[in-house]
Every structure is written in structure tokens, then in C-alpha cells.
Write a protein that binds this ligand. Structure first.
Ligand SMILES: Nc1ncnc2c1ncn2[C@@H]1O[C@H](COP(=O)(O)OP(=O)(O)OP(=O)(O)O)[C@@H](O)[C@H]1O
Ligand SMILES: [Mg+2]
Length: 149
């Protein structure tokens, strides 16, 4: 793997636009996903409309990155202030036989399908589309603490 390139956080829409190829290599319902010719270790997700998916993915990443879940989720690297662009580590498609070996995922994740899962260059299986989550019960069941004001 090449040495990790450092990117500003946030990174402007203009800078993202200058980094990506002209055409996406993949797309889902809400986002197009682009290669970055100067960095083979990352991809850029661009929202097609006024969706919040990149912000949600970023929020989940920054929340779980300090927990044991970090190894299960694709690393988000930077986002644009508008949320239109999000950079994530590249996670290649799994081979069919690998789906027998995928790790268990948290029950707050919704909309998991084969295309949501990928593999790092060094073989770790991770989630690469986690912009769909049902967090209400998880947030509500957290212990409460008394606050002295
Ligand atoms: N980190 C990644 N590395 C490589 N390819 C990716 C990555 N993230 C997404 N892709 C590719 O881009 C496609 C679309 O990305 P993603 O699933 O994040 O968008 P989406 O709009 O949420 O899609 P969907 O409608 O399927 O939920 C994926 O199916 C996959 O092929
Ligand atoms: Mg999705």
C-alpha cells in the first residue's frame, strides 16, 4: 500500500472536484462514487441530490472511530462543508465465497446488502455504505446521568 496522503478537513467542493475522475465508476440510489487518479487508496462519494447521506456516514464514522467498531467500518477521510463530497478508503468488492465470512453488524444498521460490504487492500472486510441507520432505540437506551446545574 502506498503512503497515506494527508487531506484537509474539511476539503472544499472545488478541491474535491479537482481530485476526482470525470465519470463515476459506481453509483447507488443516492450517490455516485469516483476514483481519485492521484490516490488509489481512496474513493469519493458525491451525493446526487439534496440527500444527507454523506453527513450521516461522517457522523457515524466520527462516533464509532473511538470504539471497537472502528475495524468494521470503512475509514472516512474528509468531507466537504456542503456534504456533497465524502472521501472514504477504497474497499473492493468481495468474492462470492467471502460472504460466508462477513462479521456480525450492529442492529442499528439498516439496508445492508452485498454492495454495502468491501475489502481493504490488506484483506479486512468492512462496511462501505452505512448511511442508513435507525438510531432512536439505541440512543434512548443509553444510561442517563444526573446533571448538576
Ligand atoms: N469505499 C468504497 N470503495 C469502493 N467502492 C465503493 C465504496 N463505497 C461505495 N462503493 C461503490 O459505490 C456504490 C455506491 O455507493 P454507496 O452504496 O455508498 O451509495 P448509495 O447511494 O448509498 O447506494 P445504495 O443506493 O445502494 O444504498 C457501491 O455499491 C459500491 O459499488
Ligand atoms: Mg446506501
Amino acid at each position: 500500500m502506498s503512503a497515506a496522503i494527508r487531506y484537509d478537513m474539511p476539503l472544499s467542493d472545488e478541491r474535491f472536484s479537482g481530485l476526482i475522475e470525470t465519470s463515476p465508476f459506481a453509483a447507488g440510489a443516492g450517490r455516485e462514487v469516483y476514483n481519485v487518479p492521484s490516490d488509489e487508496d481512496v474513493v469519493v462519494k458525491k451525493v446526487k441530490g439534496e440527500f444527507l447521506s454523506n453527513y450521516l456516514e461522517w457522523l457515524i464514522w466520527t462516533s464509532i472511530m473511538s470504539t471497537e467498531l472502528i475495524s468494521l467500518f470503512g475509514r472516512c477521510i474528509t468531507i466537504s462543508p456542503t456534504g456533497r463530497f465524502l472521501m472514504m478508503e477504497r474497499l473492493v468488492n468481495l468474492d462470492d465465497w467471502e460472504f460466508d465470512r462477513i462479521p456480525n453488524v450492529p442492529n442499528w444498521m439498516t439496508d445492508i446488502k452485498r454492495s454495502s460490504i468491501g475489502r481493504t487492500a490488506d484483506g479486512q472486510i468492512k462496511l462501505r455504505d452505512y448511511a442508513s441507520a435507525k438510531l432512536g432505540e439505541t440512543l434512548a437506551s443509553a444510561p442517563r446521568r444526573r446533571v448538576a446545574l
